[in-house]
Design a protein around this ligand. Structure first.
Ligand SMILES: Nc1nc2c(c(=O)[nH]1)N[C@H]1C(S)=C(S)[C@@H](COP(=O)(O)OP(=O)(O)OC[C@H]3O[C@@H](n4cnc5c(=O)[nH]c(N)nc54)[C@H](O)[C@@H]3O)O[C@H]1N2
Ligand SMILES: Nc1nc2c(c(=O)[nH]1)N[C@H]1C(S)=C(S)[C@@H](COP(=O)(O)OP(=O)(O)OC[C@H]3O[C@@H](n4cnc5c(=O)[nH]c(N)nc54)[C@H](O)[C@@H]3O)O[C@H]1N2
Ligand code: SF4
Ligand SMILES: [Mo]
Length: 902
């Protein structure tokens, strides 16, 4: 019997409600929850395919323990696992002090998990060494809000976005990263075309499809731009003097500073025309209501705090805050980035938006927890933490729900740190990640659909996350793992004292936590699971006694600062750290793709989510390719001061010359090398300590790797992946990906300088099932060239090309078409490697619409036949389900006819 459970999507900070269809054991389907105020029934391509992800072969099912470095991990039971961990942590703390251990956690944990970890670190262990991946994500916004407005609280709500007259989207690719909110914006703009949308992004992204104005500023120049806009607003008399006088402080210093940011200087610094700068300023200055949305393009910067405050300055100077359709609105990345900040899960914070560095705050929390005091010494932030691990200062590290061996910058150093750390615990749902490799103790965590708790989305809305099915085999919810460990550690560290961790359910954790927010800016002490169940998701503040949440903050112009006034911040523009590098001619920008989530532990289990972008490719402007005599598809080495990576290159007109773009999703699994972040820099903002993941100086050189390899094999993709991936460790280039819909397959492209030993190929063939059975083979050992195809029931089920791979696209096409005709047999038995006829190109075969499986080629053909967006939707059905592909279809339409006919 199938049942429905209302819960939330585990991906982005939009925080969509989902209805899970399940039979009590397995999740069978997902739909958008029409009653959830964030999405009103919509889902994006990732949310809509949640039930297709999470292959059990990739999940952690039992705890695993390694008893000495160099030994293999073996299966163990929970009691032994957690006793062992408690012993090691207790011994380390006794011998080297509480700051010799650390916790590195995640914005994808639930609020209850977060709270448990926090209490464990600060109250029991007595260290502030607890930081989260939000350091790489939201910490600059935290600083921006706190120092400009007095508290870490995004003041707006999603309806404000729809109601605004002028929207500035700066450093955010909403079309990919917050798709359902982007759908809401598209609809609002269709209803009110007079709404003006400005996008500020060095790249022309899909988000620009909705823009009235796109400013492709040079990387890292946002502060100059924002000061330049204020300069013009002052000049044109478009500021709100009355608001400034009544509700703010510090305007004179800012005015003096921005005096120097004249349009000529700003247009030069930002690489945009004075006209577009002026146009942008006038749109903002004249708008009845003005709202800004931002994300990693501002936060991930060595001047991330300055960028945040410069943007908030604009809102304060124009009085555009606390009103419908107005305000500075940071989009949160992870589903519970907000909950992490609320529970104090950055090293410098404490629960209830308190500060670890504030003695009064420490005393309040210590008293609530019934302990003498909280630790005073400052905790390490993510980058500093891994450096301390590398230097041997941190000797036991607990990592939960994040994959630092993929996502932190400067991966060579991160891998060194993890390898050197005496004791690494990894609490993970998927045992496939790069970080798991380093775990001495690996703990299987419950994941989406399997755990209960709460999350807060970008608009301060708290949702009840409900469990639909049990976690597989021995996996346990995070709060339970953490509190179980804490109780064992208590026995060793404070024997005989009453337990601090008597929680039997996430609800008990929530009930204890919520009182720590009472009478503070985020007061959610009036919430409970029952309130959320009866009234639906609610926005804080929701104090005790309230009957509804708070849709918008600061309507009265009073701010939670010492004197109630918002604070202007006057900080000059500073260039990105590697901007002026001479040895590196390109600035590398990194970011997200539409259908993948971070390190792809979950999205990478669903073949169809690779349809949009199958492999890691570096994008450059066509002029940069020409200058370097490169063709699209050529293998290149991209190198920075810190490391290098080999992968193909492609042309992208949306990227300006002098820049390069690489998606952030690739680590050491799907691509050989340590992934995108082997190149990025650990330099960070002085206040937020958020690293500059968006700008690294790089150089690109062509590489010659004449011996090439291609394979495709249907079925058992996870198992095959795990068996095959290690065999490519010695390759200069190796890319593994999943492909297909009804019949998922593993696809491998690799290249190296000299042919590997025949035994290597024999091993590969065994793993591909190409060593026996209905296999057609041709081998030319003299040239180290060979080809094999397995044909079952008239269909290709496996392919392997070695030495030369020109026929790979043709063969993949035959596999997709399910045909194995006479042409194929003739080609296979001949020494010739070139395929019959012209090889079809794959560049147009990517899946554009994932829901209805419509390829880019089909869309282009439709456009060539004269179809418009509605015609394409009607005839091909593309874009009619989740709508995530609509911006891209619009872009293709805008490019027609020239690009399409070419
Ligand atoms: N599909 C998908 N969605 C996601 C995620 C995912 O992994 N996949 N992750 C979630 C998370 S945790 C986060 S934090 C968000 C991130 O969401 P976004 O921040 O929107 O995504 P990014 O692609 O990282 O970066 C946004 C844009 O910043 C631009 N940018 C780079 N440098 C600069 C600059 O100097 N100035 C300006 N103005 N712009 C610049 C980039 O070109 C890029 O288009 O996405 C969330 N949503
Ligand atoms: N170059 C570059 N690097 C970046 C960025 C960028 O823009 N460019 N963005 C940065 C940003 S904003 C972010 S947020 C980080 C994200 O970086 P990470 O935090 O490393 O990202 P994920 O791959 O989402 O890691 C979450 C892990 O938790 C596991 N997991 C999922 N559900 C559960 C659960 O319920 N419990 C437990 N215990 N585990 C679970 C997943 O399998 C996954 O391995 O990356 C950062 N790195
Ligand atoms: S926009 Fe997409 S990824 Fe984000 S919460 Fe909604 S369904 Fe999930
Ligand atoms: Mo993030």
């Amino acid at each position: 019997m199938s049942q429905i459970t209302a819960s939330t999507c585990c991906y982005c900070g939009v925080g969509c409600g989902v209805l899970l269809e399940h039979d009590g054991e397995q999740i069978l389907g997902v739909q958008g929850d029409p009653n959830h105020p964030a999405n009103l029934g919509k889902l994006c391509s990732k949310g809509a395919s949640l039930h297709l992800t999470g292959d059990l072969d990739a999940r952690g099912l039992y705890p695993e323990l390694r008893l000495g470095k160099g030994l293999a991990r073996t299966r163990t039971d929970w009691d032994s696992a957690l006793d062992h961990a408690a012993n090691v942590f207790a011994e380390t703390i006794r011998e080297h002090g509480p700051d010799s251990v650390a916790f590195y956690i995640s914005g994808q944990l639930l609020t209850e998990d977060y709270y448990a970890f926090n209490k464990l670190a600060r109250a029991l262990v007595g260290t502030n060494n607890i930081d989260s991946n939000s350091r790489l994500c939201m910490s600059s916004a935290v600083v921006g809000y706190k120092r400009s407005l007095g508290a870490d609280a995004p003041p707006c709500n999603y309806e404000d976005i729809e109601q605004s007259d002028c929207l500035l989207i700066i450093g955010s690719n909403m079309a990919y990263a917050h798709p359902v909110l982007f759908r809401r914006l598209e609809e609002a703009k269709a209803r009110r075309p007079e709404m003006q949308i400005i996008v500020v992004d060095p790249r022309r992204t899909d988000t620009c499809e909705l823009a009235d104005l796109h400013l492709a500023i040079l990387p890292g120049t946002d502060v100059a731009l924002l000061h330049g806009i204020l300069h013009i607003l002052l000049w044109e008399g478009l500021i709100d003097r009355r608001y400034i006088d009544a509700h703010t402080e510090g305007f004179d210093a800012l005015k003096t500073l921005v005096h120097g940011y004249n349009p000529q200087m700003v247009s030069e610094l930002c690489g945009i025309s004075q006209d577009s700068l002026l146009q942008c300023a006038m749109l903002i200055g004249r708008a009845p209501s003005f709202l800004s949305l931002w994300c990693m393009g501002l936060n991930q910067s060595s001047s991330g705090s300055a960028k945040n405050s410069a943007l908030i300055n604009l809102h304060l100077a124009t009085g555009q805050i606390g009103r419908p359709g107005a305000g500075p609105f940071s989009l949160t990345g992870q589903p519970n980035a907000m909950g992490g900040r609320e529970t104090g899960s950055l090293s410098n914070l404490l629960p209830g938006h308190r500060d670890a560095g504030n003695a009064e705050h420490r005393a309040e929390v210590a008293q609530y927890w019934g302990i003498d005091s909280l630790p005073e010494s400052p905790g390490l932030t993510a980058i500093e933490l891994f450096e301390a691990v590398r230097e041997g200062k941190v000797k036991a590290l607990w990592i939960a729900c994040t994959n630092p061996a993929q996502s932190l910058p400067d991966q060579n150093k991160v891998h060194e740190a993890l390898a050197a750390c005496p004791f690494v615990v990894v609490q993970e749902a998927f045992f496939t990640t790069e970080t798991c490799h380093y775990a001495d103790l690996l703990l299987p965590a419950a994941s989406w659909g399997e755990k209960e708790g709460t999350v807060t989305n970008s608009e301060r809305r708290v949702s009840h996350v409900r469990r639909a099915v049990p976690a597989p085999v021995e996996a346990r919810p995070d709060w339970a793992i953490t509190t179980d460990f804490a109780r064992r550690l208590e026995h060793l560290l404070r024997p005989g004292l009453p337990s601090l961790f008597t929680f039997d359910s996430p609800q008990e954790l929530f009930e204890e936590y919520k009182h720590l927010t009472a009478q503070r800016d985020l007061d959610l002490s009036g919430l409970s699971y029952a309130v959320l169940d009866n009234q639906g998701p609610q926005q804080w503040p929701y104090p005790a006694g309230a009957t509804s949440g708070t849709p918008r903050l600061y309507g009265d112009g009073r701010f939670p600062t010492a004197n109630g006034r918002a604070q202007f911040q006057a900080e000059p523009y500073r260039a990105a750290k590697e901007k002026r590098e001479t040895r590196y001619s390109l600035t590398l920008n990194t970011g997200r793709l539409r259908d993948h989530w971070h390190g792809m532990s979950r999205t990478g289990t669903a073949a169809r989510l690779f349809g949009h972008v199958p492999e890691a490719v570096l994008s450059l402007h066509p002029d940069e390719l020409r200058r370097r005599r490169l063709q699209a598809g050529d293998l290149i080495k991209v190198r920075s001061r810190r490391g290098s990576l080999i992968l193909p290159v492609q042309a992208d007109e949306g990227i300006r010359p002098g820049q390069a773009y690489l998606p952030m999703h690739w680590g050491d699994r799907f691509l050989k090398g340590l992934g995108t972040n082997v190149l990025t820099q650990p330099a960070f903002d002085p206040l937020s300590k958020q690293p500059e993941l968006k700008h690294a100086g790089v150089e690109v050189d062509k590489v010659e790797l004449p011996w090439t390899f291609f394979a495709l094999v249907e079925g058992n993709v996870q198992q095959r992946f795990q068996a095959l991936r290690p065999l490519f460790d010695d390759f200069a280039y190796a890319s593994l990906t999943l492909t297909g819909r009804e019949r998922p397959a593993l696809l491998i492209n690799a290249a190296c300088a000299v042919a590997p030993e025949p035994e290597w190929l024999a091993q590969i063939d065994r793993l591909l099932g190409l060593n026996q059975g209905p296999v057609l083979a041709y081998d030319d050992p003299r040239r180290a060239v060979g080809k094999r195809v397995r044909i079952e029931d008239g269909r290709i089920t496996a392919i392997r090309l070695a030495g030369e791979t020109v026929a790979r696209d043709w063969l993949k096409g035959l596999w997709e078409a399910g045909s194995a005709d006479a042409d194929l047999r003739r080609w296979l038995l001949a020494p010739l490697t070139t395929p019959p006829g012209a090889a079809s190109s794959t560049t147009r075969s990517k899946t554009l619409c994932n829901c209805l499986n419509v390829s880019e080629g089909a869309v282009c053909a439709g456009i060539a036949r004269g179809l418009d967006l509605d015609g394409l939707k009607q005839e091909l059905r593309c874009g009619t389900s989740c709508g995530s592909c609509v911006p891209e279809i619009k872009r293709l339409l805008a490019q027609a006819p020239a690009a399409i006919q070419a």
